[in-house]
Design a protein around this ligand. Structure first.
Ligand code: DON
Length: 585
C-alpha cells in the first residue's frame, strides 16, 4: 500500500487527491555545485507552499503532514510524527527515550526550548560505570541492560509541548500511531539491516519475539510488523494522558524491566518516574552574519558548540572559499576549539556552573579565533578561559560516542518545530518493555570517569542529573527576526559538525537544504580531522595533511532534516544517507 494511502485510510483523509506541491520561487537557493557533492543523491529539494514535515521515515513524515492538513499545529504534527517514529524507526527514538524541542511561535515571534532529557535515577552515584577494579567498564557492557537507562523524558515533552502549543485534541494525535501499531507497517531496508547487524538485541526475549524469526534472522524487508503491546500503551496514554506512562502499569513495567535484567540490572524506581519534569529553558542564540542561530542550551552542548564554531569562523570569507579544503581547515580548527571548551565546561547546568554567556562572548570568540592559523593545524586544542565563569572545580570530561532522529516541521501559520529525539545508541539499552517500546541507554552519555587529576568532571554521574548531549535542534532567524531555517541531525557528538556544515552550506554557500544535507561531512571533535569517505571531501585530505592535520576518512551517517523558509514558500531536504523524506503542500 502506498504510504499516503495507508495514512489517509487511517484518518479518513483523501490525501492522494491533494494538489501537487506548488513550486516556490527559490532563486536564492541552489543545488550543490557538482564538485562539492560526493554523496549519491539524485533527489532535489522538496518545495511546498505553506506546510511541511521532514522526518527520518516516509510513513512518519506523511503522518505528520496528515495532522497539519487536518488543521493541526506544528506541535500536533510533531506528537504524531514522534509516536509513528517509535513504531517504524524503533532503533532511534520513542517514548522510552528523551528529546529536545525548539518551538517558534510565529504570531508572537517567540522561541521556546523544552528539555525532555532523561535523568539519572535517585540511586545513581558517580561510580556507576566503573568496574570492580575502579576502571571505566567497557562501553557496550555498560550500555546493554538496565544500568544505562535514564528516566524517559519524551512522553512528558510531548504532553508539555501539546499543552503549550497544541490545537487538536491530544487523543486524536494517537489515532494514526495506534492504527499503525495494530495493523503493522512494512519493515524497511534500514531497519532490517540494523536488526541484522545488532550484537545484542536478539538477547532480549521481547525484542527477539517482535523483530526476529525463530532462527534469529531479522524480519525480511516488507514484512508487516505489528506491535499490539505498543498499541495498548499508546491507547492508555491517549485516554489518560502521560500520567498513564509515569505511573500505574506502564511505570511498573519499566521498573520491572530495568531492575529485572539478569546480568546488568538498573535502579529506576516508581518515585523516579513520578518525579520526572520537562524543563523550559532559555534558548541559546548567537549572531552569525545577518542571522541569529538558536538552539538548545545545557544539558545539551549542541547550541553552544555550533554557536562557537560559527562565531569562530565568522571572520573568514567562507563564501569565497566555497566547499573545499580551505573551508574544511577553518571549520575543523574552529571545531577543535569548540570541543575543547565543550568537553571542559558543558554539562547539566542544574548541577554545574556552565559559563554559557562567556563561551559565546564576541570578545572571547575573537580571541580564540586568533588561534586559527592559515597554514597549520592546532592538532589538539586546549579549553579557553571564557569571561563570566566561576572558577572551576572541573576537569575535562572524556568523550566517546546510533539511535537518534531529527524532525523539522513548519505549519500553515508559520509556526515551527525543531525536535531531536533519541534513545542514544541504536535500539538503546536493548531492553524492551512489556508495553512494546525500547528503553534508552542515555546514561552512558555521562562521563564514565567521575574525576580526573583529582577533580570532578563536569559531566560525571549524579542522582537526578541529565547527561550531556550533543543534540542540536536549530532554528535560524533572518535579519528581520523571521523564521528562516529549521534543522538538526542525529549522529552522536558528530551532530555538532553535521549541523554546522549544513548551516554554512545554507547561510554561506546559498545551498538549498537538500544540497546542504548532501554536502560531505568534514569535522573535528578535537582529535583527527574527519572527512566523509567516498565523497569529494576525501580528495581534500592531502591539502589538509600539508597543513598538519591528522586526517581520518570515516563513514558518516548524518540524518540532516531541514526546512528553509523563502519568499516563495518552503524548501525541504532530507539526508540521502538515511531513509527520510520531506513532504508538504
Ligand atoms: O544526546 C546525545 O548527544 C546522544 N545520545 C545522541 C546519540 C545519537 O545521535 C546517535 N545517533 N545516530
Amino acid at each position: 500500500m502506498r504510504i499516503a494511502t495507508l495514512v489517509a485510510s487511517t484518518i479518513g483523509l483523501t490525501l492522494l487527491a491533494a494538489a501537487p506541491p506548488a513550486r516556490a520561487q527559490t532563486a536564492d537557493l541552489a543545488p550543490a555545485p557538482e564538485a562539492a557533492t560526493g554523496v549519491a543523491d539524485a533527489r532535489e529539494a522538496v518545495r511546498a507552499e505553506r506546510r511541511m514535515v521532514v522526518a527520518a521515515n516516509p510513513i512518519a513524515a506523511e503522518s505528520g503532514l496528515a495532522i497539519l492538513r487536518a488543521g493541526g499545529s506544528a506541535v500536533d504534527a510533531m506528537v504524531t510524527t514522534q509516536l509513528v517514529l517509535n513504531i517504524v524507526e524503533p532503533q532511534s527514538s520513542g517514548i522510552g527515550g528523551g528529546a529536545f524541542l525548539l518551538h517558534w511561535d510565529a504570531a508572537r515571534s517567540d522561541l521556546t526550548t523544552l528539555d525532555g532529557r532523561e535523568t539519572a535515577p535517585a540511586a545513581a552515584t558517580p561510580e556507576r560505570f566503573l568496574g570492580p577494579d575502579g576502571a571505566p567498564r567497557p562501553f557496550m557492557e555498560a550500555v546493554v541492560g538496565g544500568l544505562s537507562v535514564g528516566v524517559p523524558g519524551t512522553p512528558a515533552l510531548l504532553a508539555e509541548a501539546h499543552a503549550r502549543h497544541g490545537r487538536l485534541p491530544w487523543e486524536s494525535l494517537f489515532t494514526i500511531p495506534i492504527r499503525l501499531a495494530e495493523d503493522g507497517f512494512p519493515v524497511s531496508e534500514r531497519l532490517r539491516a540494523l536488526l541484522d547487524g545488532d550484537p545484542a538485541l536478539r538477547d532480549d526475549p521481547r525484542a527477539r519475539a517482535l523483530y526476529y524469526g525463530e532462527d534469529g534472522s531479522p524480519l525480511p524487508v516488507g514484512t508487516m510488523l505489528r506491535n499490539p503491546a505498543l498499541a495498548e500503551t499508546l491507547r492508555a496514554m491517549a485516554r489518560e494522558g502521560v500520567s498513564a506512562f509515569y505511573s500505574g502499569a506502564v511505570a511498573q513495567d519499566i521498573v520491572d524491566t530495568v531492575t529485572g535484567h539478569p546480568t546488568n540490572p538498573g535502579d529506576i524506581t516508581l518515585e523516579d518516574l513520578a518525579a520526572y519534569r520537562v524543563v523550559a529553558r532559555e534558548p541559546v542564540c548567537v549572531p552569525y552574519r545577518v542571522y541569529e542561530v538558536c538552539g538548545m542550551g545545557p544539558p545539551s552542548s549542541g547550541a553552544i558548540a555550533v554557536g562557537q564554531i560559527l562565531g569562530l569562523v565568522e571572520g573568514f570569507d567562507l563564501a569565497a572559499m566555497g566547499p573545499g579544503p580551505d573551508a574544511a581547515h577553518v571549520v575543523s580548527e574552529a571545531s577543535r576549539l569548540a570541543f575543547a571548551d565543550r568537553n571542559h565546561y558543558v554539562a547539566d547546568s542544574d548541577f554545574v556552573s556552565v559559563p554559557v554567556r562567556g563561551l559565546l562572548d564576541a570578545g572571547y570568540l575573537a580571541e580564540r579565533a586568533g588561534l586559527i592559523a592559515d597554514d597549520a593545524s592546532l592538532g589538539q586544542a586546549q579549553p579557553g578561559e571564557p569571561p563570566f565563569r566561576r572558577e572551576g572545580r572541573l576537569a575535562p570530561s572524556s568523550d566517546r560516542s546510533t539511535g537518534t532522529s531529527h524532525v523539522s516541521i513548519v505549519d500553515g501559520d508559520g509556526n515551527a518545530v525543531s525536535l531531536t529525539t533519541t534513545i542514544e545508541s541504536a535500539f538503546g539499552a536493548r531492553l524492551m518493555t512489556a508495553g512494546g517500546f525500547l528503553l534508552n541507554n542515555e546514561l552512558t552519555d555521562f562521563s564514565f570517569r567521575p574525576e580526573a587529576d583529582g577533580r570532578p568532571v563536569a559531566n560525571g554521574v549524579e542522582a537526578g542529573k541529565r547527561p550531556r548531549s550533543s543534540m542540536a535542534p536549530t532554528i535560524v532567524l533572518d535579519a528581520f527576526g523571521r523564521l528562516y531555517v529549521v534543522a538538526g541531525s542525529p549522529g552522536g557528538s558528530r551532530i555538532i559538525g553535521y549541523v554546522a556544515k549544513t548551516l554554512i552550506g545554507i547561510l554561506d554557500w546559498g545551498l538549498d537544504p537538500q544540497a546542504a544535507a548532501a554536502l560531505p561531512a568534514f569535522l573535528s571533535r578535537n582529535g583527527p580531522t574527519e572527512l566523509e569517505e567516498g565523497t569529494a571531501a576525501a580528495d581534500w585530505a592531502e591539502a589538509l595533511e600539508a597543513r598538519g592535520h591528522e586526517v581520518r576518512l570515516v563513514e558518516t551517517t548524518s540524518g540532516i532534516h531541514a526546512i528553509v523558509v523563502t519568499p516563495g514558500g518552503l524548501v525541504g531536504g532530507a539526508d540521502p544517507r538515511r531513509e527520510g523524506l520531506a513532504v508538504g503542500d
